[in-house]
Write a protein that binds this ligand. Structure first.
Ligand code: TMP
Ligand code: ASP
Length: 253
């Protein structure tokens, strides 16, 4: 399928015009960035893995009635998606304390939270995506109170789904980030899951060993990022046939 002209380039993905007016082609790059792109690298195979993994999670969400922007995967690096208007928020759900909540509140990493916590960051790279209270979101018109109620309900459903899927393959879903898109069916607005769901936007810990299987491997220099993502894909049975093989030595007998 021929893609149209490029309309947006982000840190990990590129969006092109799609074949129909309300569609886009989402291309997954191999670029990895952290700390608002202060740290950068190119990780062979990451784009293909995230394309597959995001397809897998979005398909699963749609099967349980959670609407997403995903239409179909086109090839190794591209998927056809529905064009949405992105709500300018990063919606974060936390089950276990890790990352910024530990720094902010002095909680030890790995502490189970009393219940899933939903928080919002305002999507603005120049400001470093600051954490914002609901009051700001409503006052500045980024989303209405009703949108926020729907977004929280969606985020908690995604959390239950993703937690269950990961638990089934021996992985703890520590936290994740999603983005929400608005679409219109006539005058009727709906909110759907957009962007991507992948180990770039989740924290995933092996239940037995605590090993990190997400972008913290890159953020914290814990090893080979593609190996970690390949392990997640392998456990879920969605490994692309030409994914990079683990770089660890294997025993031959
Ligand atoms: P944090 O602990 O750094 O706030 O991250 C919470 C979750 O959100 C974690 O799963 C990583 C994800 N995340 C993104 O997907 N993009 C980002 O820009 C940041 C800062 C975090
Ligand atoms: N995605 C953000 C960046 O590129 C931050 C992160 O995921 O750590 O800088």
């Amino acid at each position: 399928m021929a893609r149209g002209k490029m309309i947006y380039e982000g840190k990990a993905k590129i969006l092109y015009e799609g074949p129909e007016p309300d569609t886009l082609v989402q291309y997954f790059k191999d670029d990895a960035t952290a700390f608002n792109a202060e740290k950068k690298d190119v990780i062979d195979g990451k784009g293909a893995l995230n394309n597959r993994l995001s397809e897998y999670f979005m398909n699963g969400l749609m099967q349980i009635g959670i609407p997403t922007h995903f239409i179909k995967r086109l090839n190794m690096r591209e998927q056809l998606i529905r064009k949405v208007e992105i709500v300018p928020l990063e919606v974060i759900v936390r089950n276990t304390a890790a990352g910024s909540i530990c720094k902010r509140l002095g909680i030890e990493e790995g502490t189970q939270l009393p219940r899933p916590i939903v928080e919002f960051s305002y999507k603005d790279d120049a400001l470093g995506d600051p954490l914002v209270p609901e009051e700001y979101i409503i006052a500045f018109g980024w989303a209405s109170q009703r949108d926020l109620d729907d977004i929280i309900a969606l985020a908690l459903r995604v959390n239950d789904f993703m937690s269950g899927v990961m638990l089934g393959v021996g992985i703890k879903l520590v936290d994740f980030k999603i983005e929400i898109g608005r679409v219109w069916d006539g005058d009727f607005q709906r909110l759907i899951i957009a962007d991507e769901i992948s180990p770039d936007s989740c924290r995933l810990w092996d239940i037995e060993t605590g090993e990190h299987l997400d972008k913290d491997v890159f953020r914290r220099d814990l090893g080979n990022l593609a190996d970690a993502y390949t392990e997640v894909a392998r456990r879920l049975g969605v490994l692309p046939s030409n994914a990079p093989q683990p770089s660890k030595p294997t025993l031959v007998n």
